[in-house]
Design a protein around this ligand. Structure first.
Ligand code: NCD
Length: 310
């Protein structure tokens, strides 16, 4: 049985297959409308979410399956002190696959060890967010045509942003990748990541000013300052509007530079940028549904069920 804890759980070849399936689903959604008839997805969310949870639910519903779950730890037996290991044993009796988000790093992994059904990490603390990474990679592959030879700017909260950590981990496996980390000093990317990049000889640059690097980027991945992971409100207030991407800054970028954002957005992208064709963050959310459909089919072992018909 396969779980998804980190984007590295899939090899580059397996990812290609997953993305091919997601693109096939995007082009032929009706043909997949009953591939999960009779299957149930549980969404166990111990931390707030709109996109990820509803994206999983939308994915399962579009495959013909059904969904159940909880969207807040306060509404679950966690509030009575139940462990994730016990909860997943119970969920294994109710569902065929589970997407779990938890504020504690590693909690979905603990659940996976006791689970009788595939568990998908839907975000664990500041650690990993593999299905957002699959979404990001599919968006880049579909809109740029390739995942290699790209200069990628990551901007904002690079310290606490789990989407950033997951995406860097996944991208280092492609050739010719360069990173430009744009953050205030306090929100720099963690040392374990820069150490890993040094080990692998992957070029990266750390800067504070976004304007200076805009012309060199193929992609700009904007992120929100992660309010819920700050220890003190004052620091958050001081840093929250450090970056605001506006049309003036977009003028400094090349005509093909894409702007991605895992969302939710707070103030870091001005709404006037939404009309720029290079702003693809809403399209990215649509790719998120297709890639989660492909993932559910793959983890349930149903990915080849359409093979003869392709
Ligand atoms: C991200 C997350 O939860 O880490 N959101 C998401 O899943 N789309 C990013 C964020 O909350 O800033």
């Amino acid at each position: 049985m396969k779980h998804l804890m980190s984007p590295l759980d899939f090899s580059v070849e397996e990812l290609e297959k997953l993305f091919d399936l997601a693109e096939h689903i995007a082009k032929n959604p009706i043909r997949y409308a009953h591939t999960c008839d009779g299957k149930v997805l549980a969404t166990c969310f111990y931390e707030p979410s709109t996109r990820t949870r509803l994206s999983f639910e939308s994915a399962m519903i579009h495959l013909g399956g059904k969904v159940l779950g909880f969207s807040d730890a306060a509404n679950s037996s966690a509030s009575k002190g139940e462990s994730v290991s016990d909860t997943i044993r119970i969920i294994s009796c109710y569902a065929d696959i589970c997407a779990m988000r938890h504020p504690k790093e590693g909690a979905p992994m603990v659940a996976a060890e006791k689970s009788r059904i595939p568990v998908i990490n839907a975000g664990d603390g500041g650690h990993q967010h593999p299905t957002q990474t699959l979404t990001d990679l599919l968006t880049i592959r579909s809109l740029k045509g390739h995942l290699d030879h790209l200069t990628i700017g990551l901007c904002g909260d690079l310290k606490f942003g789990r989407t950033v950590h997951s995406l860097i981990n996944a991208l280092v496996r492609y050739e010719g990748i360069r990173f430009v980390f744009i953050s205030p000093e306090e929100l720099r990317v963690p040392d374990y990541i820069t150490d890993m990049l040094k080990d692998k000889n992957i070029p990266y640059q750390e800067v504070i000013r976004l304007e200076n690097v805009m012309p060199s980027l193929d992609l700009l991945y904007m992120t929100r300052v992660q309010k819920e992971r700050f220890f003190n409100e004052e620091d958050y207030v001081r840093l929250k509007d450090f970056y605001i991407l506006d049309t003036a800054k977009m003028e400094l970028a090349g005509p093909d530079m894409l702007v991605l954002h895992p969302l939710p957005r707070v103030n870091e992208i001005s709404v006037e940028v939404d009309d720029d064709p290079r702003a693809v963050y809403f399209k990215q959310a649509q790719y998120g549904v297709y890639v989660r459909m492909a993932l559910i089919l793959t983890l349930l072992g149903l990915e080849d069920s359409m093979e003869n018909e392709k």
